[in-house]
Design a protein. Structure first.
Length: 192
């Protein structure tokens, strides 16, 4: 069977083009860069906040062996998309996906090595001291919180960096900022 385009394939026996299974979307470069920067280890326990379409979850799960990913999203559609995209990892026990927000989360993993979020506005649009305190309590010493944002609006990037950095710093994390021009992204890393 040869692939012609997304959703079409030619059967080997008839050679006729017909509708086939949808091919999953390619993972965006910004998500690949951010997950690579986290350096996920096979035994890590990771929390993803705002799992959305499941791009980050899929990449993180691919790096895990004995570790686990707990992915959350407030959106039912985000949870559903992540569950579909990562079904094979759910079957093996590498991922748990829940519809919940960070404020009410009770992480089943006692201690986390890493926390990952991409384009989650919570950390720069409002007071998030309670959520940061919860993360500080759950992240192991030497672990880190990785907050990534697209930097496609240069006028807004300094405000995002300033507010997210301040939230992490006030919560007891040592903050480092990383930027990438292509794709345009910024990462605010809070180390415990």
């Amino acid at each position: 069977m040869s692939v012609r385009s997304i959703g079409e394939c030619r059967t080997a026996d008839t050679g006729i083009w017909q509708a086939g299974p949808m091919v999953l979307q390619t993972i965006p470069a910004r998500i690949r860069w951010s997950v690579d920067l986290m350096d996920v280890q096979p035994g890590d326990h990771v929390l993803e906040i705002g799992c959305g379409p499941g791009y980050g979850a899929e990449l993180i799960c691919m790096k895990l062996e004995t570790g686990k990913l707990f992915a959350i999203d407030r959106s039912e559609s985000g949870v559903d998309r992540t569950k579909r995209r990562c079904a094979r990892f759910a079957e093996s026990g590498r991922i748990t996906v829940r519809q919940i927000d960070l404020a009410t989360l009770r992480v089943p993993v006692k201690r986390l090595h890493k926390v990952y979020a991409f384009n989650v506005n919570l950390f720069w649009v409002r007071d998030c001291a309670d959520e940061i305190a919860l993360l500080h309590e759950r992240v192991l010493p030497g672990g880190a919180v990785y907050l990534f944002y697209e930097a496609t609006r240069p006028e807004q990037t300094p405000e995002i960096v300033e507010k997210a950095s301040a939230a992490l710093s006030q919560g007891g994390f040592r903050v480092q900022v990383v930027q990438r021009k292509v794709p345009a992204c910024v990462g605010i890393i809070g180390r415990r």
